[in-house]
Design a protein around this ligand. Structure first.
Ligand code: BES
Ligand code: ZN
Length: 592
């Protein structure tokens, strides 16, 4: 098979990196990461060049096999989204290539955070490499179809601790030097580093949490079930292959809910709701330890192989831990996201196919709920057609047989044909795999789900908005998911008095739960309920998670007055956002 990846310059069909040694220093004053990286290569074709991906890196020199004399290299033209190629002349017998470099203060993967003058805090740094941002802090073959082990030596200011997607310290070192080892082979998008005034608290034998000391206790309470989760996951789909599963709680500007960096999931603090109601996100990142980190999408066009499988696995974990009723609520909320996405993209939009065509575009543009939820419903549909037992046995084999490899959609279909479909014409017809994968929209055989708990919520909405609120008694036992369903189904147009009533009675604006706040603020904005605009602004200025920012700003810019408000808030908030969030928002708000 000829390997190609439209989002990498690398000649991965000629030569691959098998191991990486990183030696860097993190400098908070110049906002740079500086040092060298030594890649061990397997030049299986005997090619005369190794092409790497870089973006905004300054290359100082390149050395082959530890020689004293630097070698020739060439840096290519800038290509939008992709950065620049770095072509290094090599010989068939070359074993390693060392690149001395430094990153730019604008490196897209990296966010540098500094305390405000009145804050008794230390600086913080974190990276976000998925999808193609690893190249902004390490020159590498930045493609998910090449896997390598790595070691790193990282020097940071002595007040701070460094952690990576690797074996991690539990205490600060005296000299600010940290050594990391990742013996399992990983793709570049799982390279991750964070530096901060971190504390560690163990939760179980193989699990623990890292966070700044002011939130470590809260985090430990919230994630108390992590060890159980890990065991539940192993019971479902086989052994955990990464030794430890720890979570790092990041500052609120982290642009995602979670990122499945191996051994150390990075997570937003917005999942610390105080009542453990948002831990399915941890189940999601844990599930990636199989779907994504063991069996990896070969290119970003196959993104659904990472995310669709992970959502499926996440819901199976949650079903095991919290019961089917609970998992069904997650599924229905996901189904609503799927419908909204298909509606907003259009059901003939090719970005609603599972197999994406992202060549020439930023892969980020195609990474919607489609991969997650259409992917999920495709797998659920398979489960329902062939039965859970057969399907689970297939998945266990899939994760075992293709561990530490990359997988594309076509190969997956081939495997499914060999092991499950086996030329069963009838099954082919009812499954409609081709429609799911290569056609836009939602196929008509999509397995539907009902939730009894949500039925109750719908009754309550009915009662409330028909003025019979005195009969409303169920709500005191509701979970976050029921409240989300409630808020999402509040009538779209409410008068100021109705908004007052709802907010007075249910206290949504005072919620400490970011999911609830975000869902409620959509009504605040859509109804121009200006009384709570300050809270919307506070939220947008303190949280950088793109999933919350995009819908709120999108709702605001629907009116002229709202657009002014949005631009005003954005001016204040943008400096606090990570590149991933502000680059999407710049596009949305028409800036630059
Ligand atoms: N791997 C993703 C995050 C990601 C996706 C980073 C695309 C870069 C490009 C992660 O596992 C994820 O899906 N996070 C979700 C959590 C969720 C669906 C529970 C998020 O951040 O909201
Ligand atoms: Zn994911």
């Amino acid at each position: 098979m000829k390997l190609t990846d439209p989002h990498s310059f690398s000649n991965l069909n000629e030569v691959v990196i098998t191991h990486t040694d990183l030696n860097i220093e993190v400098d908070f004053i110049s906002k740079t990461i500086k040092g060298f990286v030594c890649h061990t290569i397997n030049n299986f074709s005997g090619t005369s060049s190794l092409v790497l991906d870089t973006r905004d890196l300054k290359i100082d020199k390149v050395i082959l096999d530890g020689n004293a004399i630097p070698t020739e290299y060439e840096i290519g033209e800038k290509v939008q989204h992709l950065g620049q190629s770095l072509s290094i002349g090599v010989l068939p017998e070359t074993k390693s290539v060392t690149i001395y470099y430094s990153s730019s203060p604008e490196a897209a993967a990296v966010q540098w955070l500094y305390p405000k003058p009145d804050e008794d805090k230390q600086p913080f740094l974190f990276t976000q490499s998925e999808a193609i941002l690893a190249r902004t802090w390490i020159p590498c073959q930045d493609t998910p179809s090449v896997k390598f082990s790595y070691e790193a030596r990282v020097k940071v200011p002595t007040e701070l601790m460094a952690v990576m997607s690797a074996s991690n310290p539990t205490k600060k070192s005296e000299d600010g030097i940290y050594i990391f080892r990742m013996e399992q082979a990983i793709p570049s998008y799982l390279l991750a580093l964070a530096v901060g005034d971190l504390a560690f608290k163990p939760l179980g034998k193989r699990t623990g949490v890292y966070a700044e000391s002011d939130i470590i206790e809260k985090a430990a309470y919230e994630f108390e079930m992590m060890e159980n989760m890990l065991e539940a996951a192993e019971e479902l789909y086989g052994p955990y292959r990464w030794e430890r599963f720890d979570v790092l709680v990041l500052p609120p500007s982290f642009p995602f809910g979670g990122m499945e960096n191996p051994r150390l999931t990075f997570a937003t603090p917005t999942i610390i709701a105080g009542d453990r109601s948002l831990v399915s996100l941890i189940a999601h990142e844990l599930a990636h330890s199989w779907s994504g980190n063991l069996v990896t999408n070969a290119t970003w066009n196959d993104f659904w192989l990472n995310e669709g499988f992970t959502v499926y696995f996440e819901r199976r974990i949650m079903e095991k831990l919290e019961g089917k009723d609970y998992a069904d609520m997650l599924t229905l909320l996901g189904y609503q996201d799927l419908l909204d996405t298909v509606k907003s993209l259009g059901d003939d939009n090719m970005d609603t196919c599972l197999k994406l065509k992202l060549a020439g575009r930023d892969p980020d543009d195609g990474m919607t709920y489609i991969a997650y939820e259409k992917g999920y419903f495709f797998l659920l549909t398979i489960e329902n057609l062939i039965g859970r037992e057969v399907w689970d046995a297939f998945l266990i084999g899939y994760f075992r047989n293709f561990a530490f490899q990359s997988m594309d959609t076509e190969r997956f279909i081939e495997i499914l044909n060999q092991e499950i479909i086996k030329n069963d014409k009838e099954l082919v017809d009812v499954l409609k795999a081709e429609d799911w994968i290569y056609k836009p929209g939602i196929p008509d055989n999509c397995q539907m789900i009902i939730s009894n708990r949500f039925k109750e919520v719908e009754k309550a909405i009915q009662l409330w908005f028909s003025g019979q609120n005195e009969q409303l008694s169920v709500s005191s036992t509701w979970s976050t998911q029921e409240w989300l369903h409630f808020i999402r189904h509040i009538p779209a147009r409410l008068s100021v008095e109705q908004m007052d009533d709802v907010d007075y009675f249910f206290k949504f604006s005072e919620s400490g739960n970011a999911e609830i706040l975000c869902a409620w603020f959509l009504h605040v904005i859509n109804n121009q309920y200006s009384r709570q605009y300050d809270l919307v602004e506070d939220f947008l200025c303190s949280v950088g998670r793109r999933k919350f920012l995009m819908p709120l700003y999108t709702a605001m810019i629907k009116t002229d007055e709202g657009k002014k408000l949005a631009l005003n808030i954005y001016k204040k908030a943008r400096p606090g956002y990570h590149y991933v969030s502000y680059s999407s928002l710049d596009g949305l708000l028409g800036i630059r």
